[in-house]
Write a protein that binds this ligand. Structure first.
Ligand code: F6R
Length: 592
């Protein structure tokens, strides 16, 4: 059976202006590379002729071999495609042209009813060159344009026939760009004499600083001007937003990779979070008065939610139930007008998190959030949002955004507590710097880990979320199997896996968990596995010791996560894996 590749995480971009469209688009696609992709393509319009070039691989490689940026024309569209399963081929890469070649499209999302539309179009003589769902948009739009003779009417008719999620841009042979948004991000960049439209502001922020964010169910038409309509065809007012200057800070400077740069930025980024402003005060109040409080996120952001839940319970006596965002549709949760959902997200675009927000909102709950990307959908869907302010995180693995999430959660717990004394927080940047300073020692251990196939990470109490986060960092960028285990669970199963060649990393600072965690170490050692201790104290049982500074127990998560980030980074480099662009992962998971 013919299959569309149902999960795509892509970047799309369109440009219309006085510049050479292909050069501008390739530049924009390079800036969005961090989102993850496997193939790339662009289309430009010269006269009334649409020309397309596309191929499999990195933007720079495909550009070097196919000279994408030499296509002529002042209007164009571009795309990076990311498929988690199914064929990665030039034919499946976007843009896709309609059968007549008079329009082409780029699409991000999934068209659920593409087979039914495709059959209908094929009966009418339209043909298809790819296996993607996206190609149906090109032919459907072409059919509707031929019927109505009008771009706006054709777009309205097309979106009324599509089911699924999408952001797409269409380039018509007359030079008009039209785009629609439904559950995928889409932003128009507005310059003096040019327009961009893209899934990410990074696609154009180096060229223009004003942006208009489309909402779900809106259409944009870019002629010499920008017009916005809802899916009923009513004009929509445009709200222009000035983009923050720090979005431009996306060079890796002297660092070999963005991931390393972002790890090293942490002593300064953890103190840059929004705190003490009116949003911070309002968000604290919502947490304090919530009858049911849930704290959600995906991946690393969920691990931050686990720490947040611990801090709020322990220091502010607030029960915040941690919730894996993707589980929200399947759990018996209680969302009503007295409930609050605190959503954590670096990107503010994770589909699972937005789905949790959607479910909670429908139940009447208030949404509050902690987000890094201030222009994201999550921020717009929240009653109040606090910014992480840690600058763009380009490396796919979340590093500095995690420690900034933690630091915001510490500040909230402190504000909501009557007696917590978090003054020592001010010393944490120095403690992180000390670990970074000794990164060459961690690099030696990473070298030793390069051929290991299984790593188990153990931690108890407040260290358990870091055990999970540490294991996530290792597996996602080194591809070594790694598992985070609550220290006490060792004897309930995982001990069976301890043998020669296996490594166990113990998070074992000298605090209330120290003695119990050490007891587990003896059992591991007795079975031949090697032990790496992350601790402020040496111990003979450790085969390798990663020294961390002594800090008050509550702050260890902020400090002890850093060795994992460095271990994962250096082991990835040792294994010839690109830490910035791990396989099968995207920075922004905008599909379910
Ligand atoms: C892990 C990682 C992912 C993200 C997750 C949520 O290093 O990057 O697990 O944490 O996809 O992303 P955000 O925080 O953007 O919602």
């Amino acid at each position: 059976m013919e299959m569309a590749w149902p999960y795509e995480m892509c970047s799309i971009i369109g440009y219309r202006g006085p510049g050479v469209a292909s050069e501008t688009i390739v530049r924009g696609l390079k800036k969005m590379e961090y989102r993850g992709y496997d193939s790339v393509g662009i289309a430009t319009l010269s006269g009334e002729l649409i020309q397309i070039r596309k191929g499999v691989g990195r933007v720079s490689d495909v550009n070097a071999s196919m000279k994408l940026d030499t296509l002529p024309g002042r209007v164009g569209i571009g795309h990076t495609r990311w498929a988690t399963h199914g064929g990665v081929t030039a034919a499946n890469a976007h843009p896709h042209c309609s059968s007549s070649g008079r329009l082409s499209i780029v699409h991000n999302g999934i068209i659920d009813n593409y087979l039914e539309i495709k059959e209908r179009l094929m009966e009418k003589g339209y043909y298809f060159k790819s296996q993607t769902d996206s190609e149906v948009i090109a032919n459907l739009l072409q059919m509707n344009y031929d019927l109505t003779g009008d771009v706006k009417d054709a777009m309205l008719k097309t979106v009324s026939e599509l089911a699924g999620t999408y952001a797409f841009i269409a380039m018509f042979h007359n030079g008009i760009l039209a785009a629609a948004r439904y559950n995928e991000p889409l932003i128009v960049g507005v310059g003096k004499d040019c327009h961009f439209i893209s899934s990410d502001v990074l696609g154009f922020v180096s060229q223009v600083s004003d942006a208009v964010f489309l909402r779900d169910g809106e259409i944009a038409i870019l002629d010499s001007d920008l017009s916005l309509y809802d899916f009923e065809g009513n004009p929509v007012q445009q709200t222009v937003i000035k983009l923050a200057k720090n979005l431009l800070a996306v060079e890796k400077g002297e660092y070999a990779h963005f991931t390393l740069k972002e790890i090293f930025e942490q002593p300064s980024t953890i103190v840059g979070t929004d705190q003490g402003g009116p949003e911070f005060d309002m968000l604290s109040l919502y947490l304090k008065h919530a009858k049911n409080l849930y704290i959600t996120g995906s991946g690393t952001s969920y691990n931050a939610a686990l720490v947040g839940s611990y801090l709020l319970r322990k220091y502010a006596s607030i029960r915040a139930e941690p919730l894996v965002a993707s589980e929200t549709p399947f759990l018996p949760l209680h969302f009503d007008r007295q409930s609050v959902l605190l959503a954590l997200s670096q990107s503010g675009e994770s589909a699972d998190v937005l789905k949790a927000v959607n479910i909670a909102t429908k139940g009447g709950a208030r949404i509050v959030s902690i987000v890094n990307v201030p222009t994201s959908t999550l921020v717009r869907e929240s009653s109040v949002s606090i910014g992480l302010n840690c600058g763009p995180e380009i490396g796919v693995a979340a590093t500095k955004s995690f420690t900034s999430q933690l630091s915001t959660l510490y500040r909230l717990a402190e504000k909501l507590s009557s007696d917590a004394d978090f003054r020592d927080f001010d010393k944490i940047p120095q403690s992180i710097s000390e670990i970074l300073f000794s990164s060459f020692e961690i690099r030696k251990i990473a070298h030793e880990l390069r051929n290991v196939s299984d790593i188990y990470v153990l931690g108890r109490g407040i260290h358990y979320p870091i055990a999970i986060e540490g294991a996530l960092k290792i597996k996602e960028i080194t591809y070594i199997h790694a598992e985070g285990i609550s220290g006490g669970e060792l004897k309930h199963g995982p001990l069976a896996m301890m043998h020669d060649g296996v490594y166990a990393i113990l998070i074992n600072p000298g605090d209330s968990t120290f003695v119990d965690t050490l007891a587990g170490a003896n059992e591991i050692k007795a079975r031949g596995a090697k032990i790496i201790g992350i601790s402020d104290k040496p111990n003979l049982i450790y085969d390798r010791w990663i020294k961390i500074p002594s800090v008050p127990e509550v702050f260890y998560p902020l400090v002890e996560v850093v060795p994992f980030q460095l271990l994962a980074y250096y082991a990835a480099v040792e294994r010839n894996a690109d830490p910035d662009y791990p396989r099968n992962l995207a920075k922004c998971v905008t599909v379910k």
